[in-house]
Design a protein around this ligand. Sequence first.
Ligand code: NAD
Ligand code: GLY
Length: 359
Amino acid sequence: MNTINVALPHNSYEIKVGAGILAQAGPWLKGIGFNGKAVIITDSNVRPLYADALSQSLAGAGFSVTLLEVPAGEAAKTLETAASLYDRLSEAYAERSTLILALGGGVIGDLAGFVAATYMRGTPYVQVPTSLLAMVDSSIGGKTAVDRGKLKNIVGAFYQPRMVIGDIATLKTLPPVELSNGMAEIIKMAGVYSEPLFDYLENNMSKAMGMDLAVLERVTVENDRLKAPVVERDEKETGTERIMLNYGHTVGHAVEAVSDFALKHGQAVAIGMVAENEIARRMGYLDSAAAKRMEKVIKAAGLPARPPALNIKKVMRAMQQDKKVLRGRVRFVLLKSIGEAFIADNVEPALVEEVLSRG
Ligand code: NAD
Ligand code: GLY
């Protein structure tokens, strides 16, 4: 079992990563001072798999547990679902001190985190990620949100969890497409910050995709060790540090939206990384060998490297709505080499269109 600290001025917490650690949730949370009521928010896929184990651990540590389920999938990440959760929390007599546990993938983490941030002006919450994407990205750093129409994560809050408990053993039931999805964010992290992690991914991708839990644990831990200090240095993305985590996301978010979310987040980010590498290559920042290595790893993770047939004009327009747009300039995170990235706001729209139009 590994513990990674996220040290913040007011909201420090630990990320626990290991196989079979769900059973320790109750004692750990009691150990950091929680007791009384606990509400688990989960989805319809994850509930039958892991809600009992988490409930039993909490009950064994003396918590009185309520379980709230929402339908699985991005379509549930809305203000309407949040409103139904507020109602169900009231019916369960949840108080401001009641601990909320987000048990599931990134949808549940973002939704339950948003509910925790807003119910009674803020109740404590814990992330219990069960998808790889949630373990390596969404559960860490306090970004919570819901969607409105096609606008993803448009209503939300920065609200840090009190602990993150990532039980690697839960990945055993994750569909392969979701494993690929999470792998996209690990490849992103390695691309921006760590050639050694990238080398490891290159050499171990088939084991990881074959559900080798030791490999998955190692890449998750290394990834989280890279993300924690970024959150520490730029908790609310007011500086430039946290924006680096959006490598692949400028193009990625746009193709994801224009595909009407037929593309999953990780697939869109993979397409975004390949396109943004090509932009960096054509601008003379990244060499072809590095771009090719990256594309090979992306494909080995079962991810797409090219966008499906999409209306490019719509993709260009969607990019203008990106949260990274600053004074009308679309900002890109580009690689100089594997492990080194920078923010570019001088990318010509014509170049982006040309790259997206290539076969
Ligand atoms: P998800 O939560 O929809 O989970 C993917 C699917 O896997 C769902 O059907 C879910 O029910 C199922 N699932 C989860 N764990 C499982 C398990 N162990 N076994 C079997 N099935 C399981 O999607 P996701 O990819 O985890 O997260 C995507 C969401 O995360 C998006 O809404 C995205 O915007 C958000 N996100 C947030 C951040 C952030 O910083 N807050 C970062 C990246 C992504
Ligand atoms: N997922 C990007 C971030 O946490 O900032």
